[in-house]
Design a protein around this ligand. Structure first.
Ligand SMILES: [Zn+2]
Length: 192
């Protein structure tokens, strides 16, 4: 009898300064085993880095695949502890995702695995409707809100080559200029 084992790979995470983060993702044409394996590797890479989301560019590939896993403790209303998105199973693997609709904005704190130690207050839509393809190649749509909606918007931005530093004021960006410079230098040195 054959014993099957789920195998995966943890990818190195691309940091700010690597030009792949600015590339626009190519759409996935066919959801096949290679894509499923890639998504599984992305999930494990995200978990290993204690992240809540990861886009393909962050593992060096400009392909329209992103993963999100918001734990229950980050999906709660601060006042009454009620979950915002109880019906959405985690993790989410979204292929070719598009934001179909969004509503009023909120400001909240964000980090990014490609920007270690930097957190920024970013304005995002409070809730969004997203269309995407799942791992079975089926079209899906979901509506999500609060932190999950923030994570989804952050990852879809990555797929478009947009980074969270692009979503803050020039003044705010100026205040982290030193950190960004150091990070870019480190990335350049690691790529040599
Ligand atoms: Zn990010």
């Amino acid at each position: 009898m054959h014993c099957w084992e789920l195998r995966y790979m943890i990818y190195p995470i691309v940091k700010y300064g690597d030009s792949v983060l600015r590339e626009e993702a190519l759409p996935v044409e066919v959801v096949n085993d290679e894509i499923r394996q890639f998504a599984s590797n992305m999930l494990e890479t995200m978990y290993a880095a204690n992240g809540v989301g990861l886009a393909a560019q962050q593992v060096g590939r400009a392909l329209a695949v992103c993963v999100v896993h918001v734990p229950p403790e980050l999906d709660q209303d601060e006042e009454d502890g009620e979950p915002y998105n109880p019906e959405i199973p985690m993790p989410l693997v979204m292929i070719n995702p598009r934001i179909a609709a969004s509503d009023s904005t909120q400001v909240g704190e964000e980090g990014c695995l490609s920007f270690p130690e930097i957190t920024l207050d970013v304005q995002r839509s409070f809730s969004v409707t997203v269309g995407y393809i799942d791992l079975d190649g089926e079209a899906q749509a979901l509506e999500c809100s609060a932190f999950l909606a923030r994570a989804v918007q952050h990852e879809i931005d990555h797929l478009n080559g947009v980074l969270f530093i692009d979503r803050v004021s020039a003044l705010k960006k100026l205040s982290i200029r030193g950190q960004l410079k150091r990070l870019k230098k480190k990335t350049d040195a690691a790529m040599e």
